[in-house]
Design a protein around this ligand. Structure first.
Ligand SMILES: Cc1ncc(COP(=O)(O)O)c(C=O)c1O
Length: 371
């Protein structure tokens, strides 16, 4: 049975189909940005900010140049800096920790659970001390972390909750969208994200007017009035082309997320190979399946088998944050976060994007079941 063009193969992610689908609409919007010379910030960014705040059920959204800046500015508006510590999951993309380090504070890594692969709330309290100021929870692979348990710890120790929702635009915890639970919710709109700009972009959502106004200043050279700089600021504005493309793509996001859910459901129900495990989905989590990560005994062997059959999985992530060379000075050892370390050694990501055809999904499932 011919499921696919086996010469081309199936990649972990392919952005071509999505952008062909909306090309005309996006190009028309680009023309408007061009004709208005609204290239940095301005009307098209502001329109997207209004729509995205509404989408996240928050009062405010601030468009930025990328998601790493969002995490950095989140620390600054919360007043976090040198001498402070921030709890961060060991199993995440490194940028979650970068924001903490850029602020001068120290990331303190906590292991994930062995089944949801999200930050383990039972391992947080032993890492809290008088220097701890915040916990960053990550909605990893598109699935909400245990917000209720982490919020309870934040309340008990008077800590800020920051959500890293870079991978989870549209994910729901119980009945509310992620990003709306913490003091601030940080997003990446990197092109490969569920909601990705045609370019680099990111943003922060919040219900706090003070944080909102401060973020507007920080992203724009610390200026309240043009050329009057109240504090050390940054150039972290979102571009107009990015804002315009995001405004269009936001209309499609729910449909694209639903298609990802359909594909994930097929993987979960039709993969019957006992060697394969995937992220446990708690009842309160409505994931948007940014990634579909699996583990197996010998990942190298499975990857080369899949490659031979023209399937090209991804790796998210091969080294946990606490063992990255960049954080060697923090003194973590192998064995400090065993679940994150196990994942790093055994995980791979199956192809996951809304434009995968049913026959491609069938082919991937079939190949894994024959492995
Ligand atoms: C969990 C997580 N946090 C932060 C980021 C950083 O976002 P960006 O690449 O837009 O800087 C990403 C995306 O790359 C991410 O996956």
């Amino acid at each position: 049975m011919h499921y696919i063009d086996t010469k081309a193969g199936i990649n972990c992610l392919d952005l071509y189909g999505q952008h062909q689908q909306i090309k005309k609409e996006v190009f028309e919007a680009f023309e408007k940005v061009y004709d208005n010379t609204a290239f940095s910030g301005g009307y098209f960014v502001e329109e997207f900010e209004k729509s995205f705040a509404q989408f996240c059920h928050t009062q405010y959204a601030v468009g930025l140049n990328n998601g790493t800046s969002a995490l950095h500015l989140a620390m600054l508006v919360l007043g976090i800096g040198p001498g402070d510590e921030v709890i961060v999951p060991a199993n995440t993309f490194i940028a979650t920790a970068w924001g903490v380090s850029y602020s001068g504070a120290k990331p303190v890594f906590v292991d994930c659970t062995s089944d949801t692969w999200q930050i383990d709330p039972t391992k947080i309290e032993s890492k809290i001390n008088s220097r701890t100021k915040a916990i960053i929870g990550v909605h990893l692979y598109g699935q909400p972390f245990d917000i209720e348990s982490v919020t309870a710890i934040c309340k008990k120790y008077n800590l800020f909750l920051v959500e890293d929702a870079a991978q989870a635009q549209g994910a729901i915890f119980k009945d509310k969208p992620v990003g709306s639970f913490g003091e601030v919710g940080c997003f990446s709109f990197y092109p490969g994200k569920n909601l990705g700009a045609c370019g680099e972009a990111g943003g922060i959502v919040t219900n706090d007017e003070g944080y909102y106004k401060h973020l507007l200043r920080l992203r724009n050279h610390g200026a309240h009035i043009r050329y009057h700089h109240d504090e050390l600021g940054f150039n972290m504005r979102m571009g107009g082309l990015e804002g315009a493309s995001l405004q269009i793509k936001l209309k499609y996001l729910q449909g694209w997320n639903n298609r990802r859910r359909e594909i994930a459901r097929r993987y979960q129900h039709e993969i019957v190979n006992e060697q394969i495990r995937w992220q446990k989905q708690p009842l309160w989590a409505q994931s948007v399946y940014h990634l579909f990560v699996i583990t197996t005994n010998d990942k190298e062997e499975l990857i080369s088998y899949l490659n031979r059959h023209h399937i090209y999985p991804g790796l998210h992530y091969p080294v946990p944050c606490h063992l990255q060379k960049a954080y060697k000075h923090l003194g973590y050892q192998l064995g400090d976060c065993p679940n994150a370390e196990f994942l790093a050694g055994h995980c791979l990501s199956l192809p996951m994007y809304a434009e995968l055809s049913d026959s491609e999904v069938s082919y991937i499932i079939d190949m894994i079941n024959r492995y």
